[in-house]
Design a protein around this ligand. Structure first.
Ligand code: FES
Length: 149
């Protein structure tokens, strides 16, 4: 019997003003990228809370991409600075929860960068394919209590 090929499930949170328009440009330019990504359009990458990302992993996403405007271009001025801080925090949180932090990726993609969007999705899908399926929340070892002496 043939082994089933692992197809990563990737969720992408794309900011409306830049990255979503970049994804749209990739589409109208007929650029090829893997169909593994499902996109959620958000008004700003800064509106993506850690809760959304953890919930995505809880619902069996193998990888999460967050994409927003380049630094200095956020339409809400400081949204992407907030995103940068959150992503650092989330990397640690994922590591603590037993997930490889590489399953989360942040990229700045402008409305004119359709090619960059396609390349990002291609490279991220390959990375997740190499990592394999994400562990389920039930399979993640429970954190053991730290004994304070
Ligand atoms: S509006 Fe695009 S990152 Fe804030």
């Amino acid at each position: 019997m043939k082994d089933k090929i692992f197809e990563p499930r990737i969720l992408g949170f794309l900011c409306n003003w830049c990255s979503y328009a970049g994804a749209d440009l990739a589409g109208v330019s007929r650029l090829q990228y893997p169909p593994n990504i499902r996109i959620i359009r958000v008004m700003c990458s800064g509106t993506v809370s850690p809760h959304h990302i953890l919930h995505a992993f809880q619902r069996r996403a193998d990888g999460v991409l967050v994409a927003g405007c380049h630094i200095g271009d956020c339409h809400y001025l400081k949204g992407n600075y907030l995103t940068m801080k959150r992503m650092k925090f989330l990397e640690g949180l994922l590591r603590f929860a037993g997930y490889e932090p590489q399953r989360l990726h942040l990229e700045w993609i402008s409305a004119a960068e359709g090619g960059k969007f396609a390349d990002t999705v291609r490279e991220f899908t390959e990375r997740i394919r190499e990592l394999g399926p994400a562990p389920s929340f039930e399979a993640v070892p429970k954190a053991t209590a730290i004994k304070v002496t």
